[in-house]
Design a protein around this ligand. Structure first.
Ligand code: ADP
Ligand code: MG
Length: 623
């Protein structure tokens, strides 16, 4: 993490920063300030409210303007009077040690003559709401023709409030050479329109999640077995005839391989990765921009600079390690007001990552089925019909038509259509006629999974049962949350009166036993042991326990008293109770050893005491 000094701010500002008690820059400040200080560039910055955007543009603007000149050089547009006053006050605090700076607030509902007078005295920076600003421009009470820096703060909010026309009008009075700095919490269509219309090649910075969090991108995932990844990719491409996509792989080698296979199979594909020369990469990007390449297979690093607007699909051939990277990838589509789709191909074991991503982007990722071969043929035929319908007839064709017509003379219109379409159909039908269902079987058919696991699974004994208000579902939920494993990895759950049995894959045995070593729930020891055999059945109870510990808490009776079950001992599980297990097994363990608490306080907030929100910061208390 950098200091304010390292960002390149001058003494006067550093002194003010010290006065205000800011210790370290917030994320958006760290990212934006060096760029704005160093270059005269346009910038689009996405960050939630409360992340310190005012200083992110305020500091550079104050450092860059000429405080000796009385010309108006900076204009900040903000949606409301409150924000306008707030920003003005902040800028006054920031510029406390810079001589001669004058910041004037311009907003409706107050005397326009007073504001005009303040401007006339010489204001280098105006902070304005769009309505009043436009009014003052019209009446020639302000001169914005020498503006060098224009900030559109809370751009999404301004557009929500219907200020598009006013902003357009105001900006038309400002010089073209100025830099425009746009700040927004979200990037809806309207904001991209503004960015496109008024900005030149803007730098983009994002704090926390970005575009993927907006409704311009829908997210979906497809579960397949590992060896079906490539065929699944083909189907997704075939099911979307007009696809224009970036396909992300994790390594350069996979990137190259997938691209080569696609090309072999007749797709307009290309690879983009770091092993290519700059010249090769330029060529690939050129073909992609011209849409000669429909599927650009790329690594994350190589795709970083892709600024193509009409990408219809982002396909995650493999998921990245970092969730943040997922957001960056998905942000390649749904740009400039278009709708985009982010498609994830996962295997069973990777599918748990989906939940983590959903949490991060705060959106639902819909599970979808890989289309069947016949569905794809249908889609392709329909698409062909539409293409035929919409094709503009080439004039040069008329020279050849008599011969062609003669050849086809005997065919009726129906026959003609049938044959025309069959040409295309054959291509897909040949490939798909014997194709199988690629969707991972585990989801549809649990018995298959069960069969699969029977041999390689471990059966356990656990000393909780119906008396403790568990039924199989509740126990499964509890195990899932406590062990932090997939529900699919817990099966054959049999709940008895005072104890229960369950299975997991062998690979998880170590983890399970480790977790339940000295494990307490409401002050009671929960004991889990490997069970000797794995018979199943209502009467048998599920096998003998190996090394059943004598005495202690695992003894058959008696523990009900010790178990302070808060929800009473009724047989039914109420939802609230279950949910507390679902979300956080720790929540039921109040009063247990201090170890968990210790680890809590161990994780330091990012920017001091209040630093628990993403991209947020704390402030040292003023003395
Ligand atoms: P935003 O405009 O992004 O909603 P603000 O710029 O209004 O956020 O900042 C929110 C609050 O945080 C303000 O009171 C501001 O003074 C304070 N603040 C800004 N930057 C820092 C920092 N680096 N450290 C501590 N506090 C800060
Ligand atoms: Mg703000």
């Amino acid at each position: 993490m950098k200091t304010f000094q390292e960002l390149g701010l001058n003494e006067a500002l550093l002194k003010a920063i010290e006065d205000m008690g800011f210790e370290t820059p917030s994320e958006v400040q760290e990212k934006a300030i060096p760029i704005l200080l160093e270059k005269d560039t346009d910038i689009v910055s996405l960050a939630q409210t409360g992340t310190g955007k005012t200083a992110a543009f305020g500091f550079p603007m104050l450092q860059k303007i000429d405080s000796k000149s009385r010309t108006t050089q900076g204009l900040i547009l903000s949606p409301t009077r409150e924000l306008c006053l707030q920003i003005t006050q902040e800028l006054k605090n920031y510029s406390k040690h810079i001589k001669g700076v004058n910041v004037v607030a311009i907003y409706g509902g107050a005397s326009i003559t007073d504001q005009a007078r303040a401007v006339k005295k010489g204001a280098q920076i105006l902070v304005a709401t769009p309505g009043r600003m436009q009014d003052m421009i019209r009446r020639r009470l302000v001169d914005v023709s020498k503006i060098e820096y224009c900030v559109l703060d809370e751009a999404d909010e301004m557009l929500n409030m219907g200020f598009f026309e006013d902003i357009t009008e105001i900006l038309s009075h400002t010089p073209d050479e100025k830099s425009t700095w746009l700040f927004s919490a979200t990037m809806p269509k309207e904001v991209s329109v503004i960015a496109k219309k008024f900005m030149y090649n803007p730098e983009e910075i994002t704090v926390g999640t970005k575009n993927a969090g907006t409704k311009n991108v829908s997210h979906e995932y497809y579960k397949v077995s590992g060896r079906d990844r490539y065929p699944a990719l083909r189907r997704l491409a075939d099911a979307n005839p007009d696809i224009f996509s970036v396909v992300f792989c994790r390594t350069k080698r996979d990137t190259q391989n997938v691209a080569e296979k696609l090309i072999e199979d007749g797709y307009n594909a290309g690879a983009l990765h770091g092993d290519l020369s700059q010249n090769q990469r330029d060529l690939v990007m050129k073909s992609f921009r011209n849409k000669q390449i429909q599927m650009l297979v790329a690594t994350d690093v190589a795709a970083r600079g892709i600024d193509v607007d009409n990408i219809t699909h982002v396909i995650h051939y493999q998921l990245p390690d970092e969730i943040e990277t997922y957001t960056h990838r998905s942000g390649r589509t749904g740009r400039a007001g278009n709708q985009g789709v982010s498609m994830i191909i996962v295997t069973q074991s990777e599918s748990r990552k989906i939940r983590a991503i959903e949490k991060k982007i705060q959106l639902n990722i819909e599970m979808k089925k890989i289309p069947t071969g016949m569905e794809i043929c249908e889609t392709q035929l329909y698409s062909l019909a539409q293409k035929i319908k919409n094709t503009t007839v080439n004039d040069d064709i008329f020279n050849y038509l008599p011969k062609v017509e003669a050849e086809l003379e005997d065919l009726s219109k129906e026959e003609l259509i049938q044959r025309l379409v069959s040409v295309e159909f054959a291509r897909f039908h040949n490939y798909y006629k014997k194709s199988k269902d690629l969707n991972s079987k585990f989801e549809d058919n649990p018995s298959e999974k069960t069969k699969h696991n029977k041999k390689e699974s471990t059966r356990y004994f656990i000393n909780v049962g119906e008396r403790d208000d568990y039924n199989w579902m509740a126990l499964k939920d509890f195990l899932k949350a406590t062990l932090e494993i997939d529900t699919d990895d817990i099966f054959h759950v049999d709940v008895m009166e005072s104890f229960s049995f369950f299975n997991t894959p062998n690979s998880l045995q170590e983890k399970v036993l480790a977790k339940f070593t000295d494990f307490q729930l409401n002050g009671r020891y929960i004991n889990v042991e490997v069970s000797e055999k794995a018979p199943r059945g209502r009467s048998g109870g599920g096998g003998k326990r190996k090394n059943f510990r004598k005495g202690g808490d695992s003894g058959g009776g008696g523990y009900k008293k010790k178990f302070n079950s808060s929800g009473g001992s009724g047989g039914n599980y109420d939802r609230g109770k279950r949910r507390s297990f679902d979300n956080n097994p720790e929540s039921k363990r109040e009063g247990s050893s201090g170890s968990s608490r210790r680890s809590d306080s161990g994780s330091k907030p990012k920017y001091g005491s209040k630093g628990n929100k993403p991209g947020g910061f704390g402030r040292r208390s003023r003395k």
